[in-house]
Design a protein around this ligand. Structure first.
Ligand SMILES: [Zn+2]
Length: 328
């Protein structure tokens, strides 16, 4: 199978961050147009992308030093969302679940969380309709002391907006070594129960297998983001398989963050062996100067499991949080 054939395959994308999906030339132009103050030592030509495995998480996160400076208006957000959808279209992606942290947008624009959420929902819905790509939005909460407070603010805004069907799930992300207050898990469970939202948790990306177990047992995770550490334990892989919890595998991201170092084979090989459900996703494709097609190719290079690529689209649909399909 060559690159062109893989590019032409119909795809779904279940793990991608909005800012990591925007073309870097669009980001550069916006930063210049908005006269954003670029941090000292940040080179806009070379520091917006990560092309080699990072030596630390903070060096992988360098592009976010400037990504968090945009968008500074609703119109700028429109440009960002448009670029993201053009990139999805170029990969023949028929449906997408986009993640975004709404709180930083509210802070950056000095607007309420309700308004920030309205901005993102309306721009995603508009682009989804224009580009004929089904789209759901996943609200990201950062790990740490403020996780419960942030989740409450997001759910309050979600309710005030009339529980838009575009919002399909919740996500927990951020440094896995930082503990979150114990009530965080039960708040996620309650949100599932009360609002019917699905849950995905970034867990086991940096080796913390306990975070996968707590994502399942305390947060009610329907899917796990990355989950690379699961391969260290047959019990955990069996837990994921028996509960039919899908792992969002991001092969290129895992190499660039060093979640899987160059001496190791990719844990997805163990997931195949133990029948753990998984889908291939791209995480932050523009930051990786890459695309979902490249992640498929990387997966094939690591596994030679062609049959999984053929079954990928139906698995992406099976594990998607989107319920209201427009026919893709
Ligand atoms: Zn991610």
């Amino acid at each position: 199978m060559d690159r062109n054939e893989i590019q032409l395959m119909k795809k779904g994308e279940l793990h991608v961050h909005l800012n990591g999906l925007v073309s870097t030339d669009v980001i550069r132009n916006l930063l210049v147009d908005e006269k954003s103050e670029i941090p000292i030592g940040f080179d806009l030509e070379s520091d917006l992308t990560i092309s080699h495995p990072a030596d630390s998480l903070s060096s992988y996160l360098k592009p976010w030093q400037v990504l968090r400076l945009i968008p500074k208006s609703k119109n700028c957000l429109k440009i960002i969302v448009e670029s993201a959808f053009l990139n999805l279209k170029s990969q023949n992606i028929a449906f997408v679940e986009i993640r975004n942290s709404i709180l930083y947008l509210a802070l950056l624009n000095n607007i309420s969380v309700d308004e920030a959420l309205f901005w993102v929902v309306s721009e995603v819905e508009d682009a989804s309709e224009r580009h004929k790509i089904d789209a759901g939005l996943i609200l990201t909460v950062s790990r740490g002391d403020y996780a419960p407070e942030h989740l409450r603010a997001l759910l309050g805004a979600y309710t005030k907006l009339g529980s838009p069907s575009t919002i399909v799930g919740l996500d927990l992300a951020g440094n896995e070594d930082i503990p979150s207050p114990t009530e965080t898990g039960s708040l996620f469970l309650h949100a599932k129960d009360k609002h019917g939202l699905k849950v995905t948790i970034h867990a086991g990306e940096t080796g913390e297998i306990e975070n996968i177990i707590s994502a399942v047992n305390e947060f009610g995770a329907d899917r796990i983001g990355h989950g690379t550490a699961a391969s260290k334990s047959v019990e955990v892989m069996e837990l994921l398989r028996d509960r039919d919890i899908c792992v969002e595998v991001c092969p290129i991201s895992n190499r660039l963050t060093n979640a899987v170092n160059e001496r190791e084979s990719h844990p997805v090989i163990d997931f195949i062996d133990h029948e753990v459900p998984f889908v291939i996703c791209s995480d932050n494709p523009s930051i990786h100067s890459s695309s979902l097609t490249e992640d498929y190719i990387e997966f094939f290079r690591e596994t030679h499991a062609l049959q999984y690529l053929h079954e990928m689209y139906s698995n992406q649909k099976k594990y998607s949080f989107i319920k209201d399909w427009n026919g893709n």
